[in-house]
Design a protein around this ligand. Structure first.
Ligand code: PRT
Ligand code: MG
Length: 215
């Protein structure tokens, strides 16, 4: 059996065409079932539906052979036990620093003040501000980071931005770009060796599809 870990929503939707290229069609959509294990048209391939930030963990421990996870999630996880052979170039966005409109970020940074940063992405926030020599107090949140500056919980947030409409709707502006983010295929290192005959053709089909999109 080959088990593929995916999260609901954009990653599932954007992975569907890649699975199709490898001849894999899920028998149900995660949005229309409460099942967490979803079969496919291939008797020996199943999907498991997990939180986006849990995908690397399932693959690391071999509970799933393959998975799809955002670079944001992979950096926070650390990537232990994972082979990351392919940037699928899906679910693209950017990791940014954002503040409330009117907050003088440049001045706050220049004065060498401690900035209070609210984020789910604590590893990347630490690394980013350390590289700039800016001292921060980190406030770990699990979602809706956009609220933090509006209610005085933080001076700035580190969050993902795609269209920018969430920032705009909450009177926030992006002040720094940390990195571009896309989702990667992750493979359990021992599964790749033990199940190579079944996994390699899938990897080849995904690679051909991604390369085909670039041309
Ligand atoms: O939603 P949940 O709490 O279950 O987990 P999650 O947010 O980690 O999962 P999900 O499915 O929302 O995101 C999975 C992956 O998609 C992330 O790990 C990213 O790699 C990628 N991705 C791409 C995004 C976005 N675009 C994105 N826009 N993930 C989140 N967002 C959020 C962002 O955090 C912000 O709240 O969307 C909002 C901003 O969107 P815009 O379009 O208004 O700028
Ligand atoms: Mg989300």
């Amino acid at each position: 059996m080959i088990t593929i870990a995916l999260s609901k929503g954009r990653i599932f939707e954007e992975t569907l065409p890649l699975l199709a290229a490898a001849g894999i069609v899920p028998s149900e959509a995660p949005e229309s079932t409460r099942k967490l294990i979803i079969g496919t048209n291939q008797a020996d391939v199943q999907l498991i539906i997990v939180r986006a930030s849990d995908v690397p963990t399932y693959v690391q421990y071999g509970a799933a052979d393959l998975g799809v996870a955002g670079k944001d999630v992979l950096i926070e996880h650390g990537g232990q036990g994972l082979y990351q052979p392919l940037d699928l170039e899906i679910a693209k966005c950017s990791l940014m620093v954002a503040v409330q409109n009117g907050f003088d970020y440049a001045e706050a940074v220049k004065q060498g003040a401690r900035l209070r940063i609210a984020t789910k992405y604590t590893e990347q926030a630490k690394e980013h501000f350390a590289s700039k020599g800016v001292h921060i107090d980190l406030i770990k949140l699990y979602g809706s980071m956009e609220l933090a500056p509006l209610v005085g919980l933080a001076d700035a947030i580190v969050d993902l931005v795609s269209t920018g409409s969430t920032l705009k709707a909450n009177d926030l502006v992006a002040v720094e770009h940390i990195r571009d983010i896309s989702s990667r295929l992750v493979i359990n290192q021992s599964a790749l060796k033990l199940k190579q005959a079944r996994i390699q053709p899938m990897l080849d089909a995904f690679t051909a599809t991604v390369n085909g999109r670039k041309n």
